[in-house]
Design a protein around this ligand. Structure first.
Ligand SMILES: *Cc1c(COP(=O)(O)O)cnc(C)c1O
Length: 384
C-alpha cells in the first residue's frame, strides 16, 4: 500500500479521520448543513459579530471604494491607509506602542517566532500551545523545550537548568487555551521572565474581545501589557472577521516588517476585511454587554454540568467535557448532533493521548434556554 492510502487507512482504524462539512446558511447561532439545522457549539464567533450588520456594511462600503483585493504585499502597493488605521487602533486596544497586522493567526505565529529565534536559541513553550506556535519554533531552528501545561514551577526548573546553555530565549504561552478553556498563570510567568533574561510572547486568540475590562484580553485584565514583549491575537474569533495582529514596541514592529517572511511574502489582507476589523473593535468598545453575557452564560453552563457530576473543565467561554476515550467522545458528540447540537469530538493528536473530549464553544447568541436544553440532552444521553 502506498503512503497516502496507508495513512488514511490507519486514521480510519483509529477513528481519527477528519472530513469537511460545508455549511449552507447561518443566522445567530443556527447553521444549516445540507437539510439539517443545528445550534452551533463549535464556532469561535464568541461575541456573535461575524454576521453583525455594522461589520458587513463597513466591509461592503470599502470594497466599493477600494476593490475586493489588496493586489500586492504590504511592502509593495498593497499597503492602504486603512491598514495603518487598524494598526493604530489595535495598538491602543492592546495598550502597546504599536501593532502589525498579519493575514492570519497561523501566519503570525509561524512568521514572528521564526523571525525572532534561530539555531542556538531556546523557546520555552507550554505543552498545550497551538500548532502554529509549534510550527514557528520548528521553522526557526531554535531548541524547543516544553513546560507542563500552566505549570510555572516546572517552567522555573527548566529555566534554571537550561537557560544559560543557549543564546536568546523566548517564553510562549496562550492566555486562554483553545482546547481546555483555562487561563495561563501570567503573573508568575512574567516574574520568571524578568529574572531569566528572556523575551515573552503571548497568544490571545481566544481571549481578545472576551476578557479584560475593555475586552483587550487576559493581558489587559491582569495589567501586564507593559511587561509582555509581543501580544499576538486574531480578528478571526471573537472579533468575527479575519486576520491577526501582534502588538509590540515600535522597534519590534520595524524588525518584523524587515524580517518576517510570512508578512513580507504574502498579499496584504483585502481592504474590506480591514474595515470589518475596525468596525468590530468599535463594537467591542461600545457593547461590553456581549462579553459580560457570554462569560455569565459560560459559568451557568459549566455549573450545570458540574451539578450532574460530569468532568468539565475550563474557566472561559470554552467548556470541555473530558470524557477520555476516543470512542466515547465520538459517541457523545454523535448523539448530541442527532439532537441538533453541532459539537465535535476533539481527539489526539489535537489533545494528549487518552484526553479526548467534547468541546463546547459558547457564543453571545446562545440563550440560557438554549443552554438549558443542551444540558438536559447531555444528561439524557449520559453514556459515561
Ligand atoms: C485559531 C488560533 C490561531 C490561528 O489563527 P487563525 O487566524 O485562525 O489562523 C493561532 N493561535 C491560537 C491559539 C488559535 O486558537
Amino acid at each position: 500500500m502506498d503512503r497516502i492510502t496507508s495513512f488514511l487507512t490507519r486514521r480510519e482504524n483509529e477513528q481519527l479521520t477528519r472530513s469537511l462539512k460545508p455549511v449552507t446558511a447561518r443566522a445567530n447561532s443556527r447553521i444549516l448543513c445540507g437539510r439539517k439545522e443545528f445550534i452551533d457549539f463549535s464556532s469561535n464567533d464568541y461575541l456573535g459579530l461575524a454576521n453583525h450588520p455594522r461589520l458587513k456594511t463597513a466591509a461592503c462600503d470599502v470594497i466599493k471604494k477600494l476593490g475586493a483585493g489588496a493586489s500586492a504585499s504590504r511592502l509593495l502597493s498593497g499597503d492602504f491607509t486603512i491598514h495603518h488605521d487598524l494598526e493604530e487602533k489595535t495598538a491602543r486596544f492592546k495598550n502597546k506602542e504599536s501593532a502589525l497586522v498579519f493575514n492570519s493567526g497561523y501566519q503570525a505565529n509561524v512568521g514572528i517566532i521564526s523571525a525572532l529565534c534561530r539555531p542556538g536559541d531556546v523557546v520555552f513553550s507550554d505543552r498545550l500551545n497551538h500548532a502554529s506556535i509549534i510550527d514557528g519554533i520548528k521553522l526557526s531552528g531554535a531548541k524547543l523545550l516544553r513546560f507542563d501545561h500552566n505549570d510555572s514551577v516546572h517552567l522555573a526548573k527548566l529555566l534554571a537548568r537550561e537557560r544559560a546553555r543557549y543564546q536568546e530565549a523566548l517564553i510562549i504561552t496562550e492566555t486562554v487555551f483553545s482546547m481546555d478553556g483555562d487561563l495561563a498563570p501570567l503573573e508568575e510567568i512574567v516574574e520568571l521572565k524578568e529574572k531569566c533574561n528572556c523575551r515573552i510572547m503571548v497568544d490571545e486568540a481566544h481571549a481578545t474581545g472576551v476578557f479584560g475590562k475593555d475586552g483587550g484580553g487576559v493581558v489587559e485584565e491582569k495589567g501586564l501589557a507593559e511587561k509582555i514583549d509581543l501580544i499576538m491575537g486574531t480578528f478571526s474569533k471573537a472579533l468575527g472577521s479575519f486576520g491577526a495582529y501582534v502588538a509590540c514596541s515600535e522597534v519590534m514592529k520595524d524588525y518584523l516588517v524587515n524580517s518576517c517572511r510570512s508578512f513580507i511574502y504574502s498579499t496584504a489582507l483585502p481592504p474590506g476585511v480591514i474595515a470589518a476589523n475596525l468596525a468590530s473593535l468599535e463594537l467591542v468598545e461600545q457593547e461590553p454587554f456581549r462579553r459580560h453575557r457570554l462569560l455569565e452564560n459560560a459559568q451557568y453552563f459549566r455549573d450545570s454540568l458540574k451539578q450532574l457530576g460530569l468532568p468539565v473543565g475550563g474557566e472561559s467561554q470554552i467548556v470541555p467535557l473530558l470524557v477520555g476515550g476516543n470512542d466515547l467522545a465520538v459517541k457523545l458528540s454523535r448523539s448530541l448532533q442527532e439532537r441538533g447540537h453541532r459539537v465535535f469530538p476533539i481527539r489526539p493528536p489535537t489533545v494528549p493521548p487518552r484526553q479526548a473530549r467534547v468541546r463546547f464553544s459558547l457564543t453571545y447568541d446562545h440563550s440560557k434556554e438554549t443552554l438549558r436544553r443542551l444540558v438536559k440532552d447531555i444528561e439524557e444521553i449520559s453514556c459515561f
